[in-house]
Design a binder for this molecule. Sequence first.
Ligand SMILES: Nc1ncnc2c1ncn2[C@@H]1O[C@H](COP(=O)(O)OP(=O)(O)OP(=O)(O)O)[C@@H](O)[C@H]1O
Ligand SMILES: [Mg+2]
Length: 330
Amino acid sequence: MTGTMGVSDSMAASDPILEVRNLQKYFQVTNGVLKAVDDVSLSIRRGETFGLVGESGCGKSTLGRTILRLYGATKGQVLFKGENVHQLKGDKLKKFNRAMQMVFQDPYASLNPRMTVGDIIAEGIDIHGLYSGAERRERVSELLHTVGLLEEHASRFPHEFSGGQRQRIGIARALAIEPEFIIADEPVSALDVSVQAQVINLFKRLQQEKWLTYLFIAHDLAMVKYISDRIGVMYLGALVEVARSNELYRQPLHPYTEALLSAIPIPDPEVERQRERIILEGDVPSPINPPSGCRFYARCPKAMPECQTETPALIQVEEEHEVACHLYKY
Ligand SMILES: Nc1ncnc2c1ncn2[C@@H]1O[C@H](COP(=O)(O)OP(=O)(O)OP(=O)(O)O)[C@@H](O)[C@H]1O
Ligand SMILES: [Mg+2]
């Protein structure tokens, strides 16, 4: 019996809950086509946290929003539990809308100032007609408690709360309809460092309790290391490296990842003094009519002639370590 359980457990663990295949999201803008997400493929297993990092404007939120169907896809597919989310209709669409939730970057803008916290949290419960009356009140209290707030907070309004508390409200709202997958789009960026750790710990605890899967978006590699099982590094609309969290820190392969890592200070002053910081020259190129070849070419300290003309594909170079760079072609 135990043996059988073991097999099915490990199968479930490796089973991707989300697969993104060659996803593109382009925006038509006045001076051309803005390629916000260009040919992104990734897969996320159930119960895993996939951290997505990259500089501002590289397409992280657009990728998250396209996965969640807030945007249609220009090309490519998003499969959630094997089904193409952009083709879901009727009951299946309803189920998907419950199963996948988003926690937003800005705890100030994402809560309706005219609604009580209780009504904000219960919005999904109301939309899906899950509970009413006393049951609904009970569920709201339970959710407030789960995220470390108090029952009496239900009758208050968002402006009466601090940033960290508002983000907890946002998390309670996302949890209300018992999702399986949460896209957390820079959920702690707007918070003080001390509060960031608390909210991150809350995410971790909830994941263990509810076997949630996270796509966790952040600017900062230091932040995602702690929470992520695997990390994807994005540059100008494309994934340039994907690896297990420890592996990415231990042995970054892409010159862009190396540069990002070299910017994180190390607490040991002895080590810190001897480190070489890689300063990237130039700005991130525009995603409108982006250059051909490797998009990192103009800023890459290791650029070779072919990088200017040939776009490197994301290839697996070691177990669970993928990189899109001509240095690793062979
Ligand atoms: N609705 C839209 N219409 C046109 N362009 C858009 C739209 N949404 C995003 N973009 C553009 O797509 C690119 C990617 O934006 P996105 O918000 O996904 O970046 P991001 O990585 O989330 O950045 P940040 O870290 O600042 O949140 C940017 O150049 C942005 O200006
Ligand atoms: Mg964003």
